[in-house]
Design a protein. Sequence first.
Length: 231
Amino acid sequence: NVVATWDLAGKQYKDLTSSTARILKWDSFENLVGGSKADTFVSASGSTPWSLTGGAGNDLLDATAALAAVTLLGGDGDDTLNGGRGDDLLNGGEGNDRLLAAAGNDTLLGGGGLDNLDGGDGDDVLFGQLGNDVLRGGKGHDQLSGGASNDSLLGQDGNDTLVGGSGLDTLDGGIGNDVLAPRTSSGVAENDVMTVLAEDLAITAIYTLDSEFDFLGQRIRPFAWLGTAFV
């Protein structure tokens, strides 16, 4: 396929309908929608919120330089979404997507497929949704929810809340006072694993006798919970 390149400076209207792959750079816009090919959209810095939809194809939506809140929608395909410095919304849609937030209090939705979500800095909310996903909270006090299937949740720095959901999940709170819930109260019994490290200041474990602790490399299956706090 031939690659079409557009450079939009200032406020312009451009019909991007094309059978070719697209590389687009812009200065200012509000909403932009890609097509069925593999699109590459790269944002310059800007202080106005905007929305970008990749559409079908394996798209790169790069808002790393954006200062305002942005909304990135990957659509179908194996997409890469890079957030900026605002409080962003990143939604991978269908396909095996990679979502990477930066500064700000961001919301990341994996959608269907095998997704990789990274909250970066800030107090972020990450939802794996469908598929076997990997969620990393990064710095800040984050909320991670695996959803369906077999997920890996890593809280990393900060006081994080990790909810595995259904499936065989692995939960690692990282540094800080974390809450680990292998699944929701309506979940079917699964053999989830919760990891506790020496540097963990405090752990609150919720649910159930089917879960295991990995404490300093040793697997521990509890016979009974004697309370909910583990330090």
